[in-house]
Design a binder for this molecule. Sequence first.
Ligand code: F6P
Length: 255
Amino acid sequence: EYIYKLRGIKDIEEKLKKKLNIHEVKVVPGNLEENQYMMVDLGKTTAALILSKIHDNSIIGVTGGSTMAAVAHGIEKPSKSNNVIVLPARGGIGKEVESQANTIAAEMARRLKCQYQLLHASDTLGQQALESILQDPEIQKVTNVIKTADLLVFGIGRADTMADRRDLSPEVIEKLNSHKAVAEAFGFYFTREGDIVYEMKTVGISYCDFQRISTVIGVAGGANKAEAIVAISKLKKSMILVTDEGAAVEILEKY
Ligand code: F6P
C-alpha cells in the first residue's frame, strides 16, 4: 500500500518532477512489478501523450523493449497530422520480434496511419561490419532521416538486465560494473549521474542527436527501475517521463 496514493497522483507527479528536475512527469497509478497488466495503462498514457505531440511532418524515433511494445499497442486512434513518419531510433535486432524497434515502428505507424521506415542493422556488429553497413546507401537513407527526428520515444532499462538480455561479453560486463553503470537507453549505458559508460556499436541516433531532439519521452515502470530512471533523467532537462506509481514512490523515498 502506497502512502502517496492518499495524496493523489497529481501530487506525486509534482514531487517527482521537482526531484528529477525535468520538464514533465506523468505517473500511472499502480506498480508494474506487482501487476503486469499495468503495462497496458503505461502504454495507453504514453500513446495519448505521443498523439498530443505529433504535428505535420513529425519524424518519430522509437526504441524496442516490452514497454515500447505496449506503447505501440496503446495507440488507439490515427494521428490527424500529415506526412508523419515513424522509424527505429537505432539499429538492433532483439531476440523477440514483438519487441524489436522495427516491429514497434511498423505497428505504431499502422495505428497512427502514417508512414514508417525500417532499419536492418544488428546491434552486435563488429567494427568492420559496422563500418561497411554505414556505407550502405539504403541504411544511410534511413539513418539520415532518423538524425532529423523531432520526437523520440524510448524505453529505459536497468544496465544489468540489459547486459543480460543482450548477452554482452564478460569484458563489457566488467566495464559496466567497474564504472557503476545502472541504466540503459537507446543503446547507451549510463552511471547514476548520467555519464556514458558504454555504447552499443550500431547505427542510428548518436548521443548528440539525442540532445538535439526537441521532444523526448522516456517510458519505464516498476520500482526496480527507479535508479535507472533517476540516471536517465540526468541526461536532458526537457525530457518527459512516463512512469508508474511503483517507480515514482521508490524514487521519492530512496533517491
Ligand atoms: O532494447 C531496447 C530498449 O528500449 C532498451 O534501450 C531499454 O533499456 C529496454 O529496451 C527496455 O526494455 P523493457 O521495456 O522490456 O524493460
